[in-house]
Write a protein of this length. Structure first.
Length: 127
């Protein structure tokens, strides 16, 4: 019952936060607001061997808004739970076993710290 109450409170707080933020400040570092949600920015990267600059391609499914994991596409398989500091978005689970699953600038985060039985997931940068 307590967990349900906390999740409802977190959902309500998240909705209020999402409605009061403007597009310029809605997303964290390493993300940008477009198409109604926060998405990873493409890192232009440093010049590689031979002096060529290269972009690090990040799958656009990372950071897509979602309401359940069933709606996440591409390599993403997990919809983050509602949070008072961010909207729900698609990401990938299992980064505790393979840190390379996370896009550049994203961190592996243990959701089970807050919701028992949930996995480690890639968490987008926060402001």
């Amino acid at each position: 019952m307590l967990l349900r109450t906390l999740l409802l409170l977190a959902s309500a707080t998240s909705l209020v936060a999402a409605c009061t933020q403007d597009e310029a400040t809605a997303c964290g570092r390493g993300t940008e607001y477009r198409d109604g949600g926060c998405h990873p920015t493409v890192d232009s990267g440093a010049a590689g061997a031979g002096g060529e600059g290269g972009a690090v391609a990040i799958d656009p499914a990372f950071g897509e808004p979602c309401e359940s994991s069933d709606t996440c596409a591409g390599p993403t398989d997990y919809c983050t739970p509602p949070s008072p500091v961010d909207t729900q978005y698609c990401t990938v689970s299992g980064c505790d076993q393979d840190a390379s699953l996370c896009p550049p600038g994203w961190e592996c985060f243990d959701v089970s710290q807050f919701i028992q039985g949930e996995p480690f997931v890639c968490s987008r940068p926060q402001p």
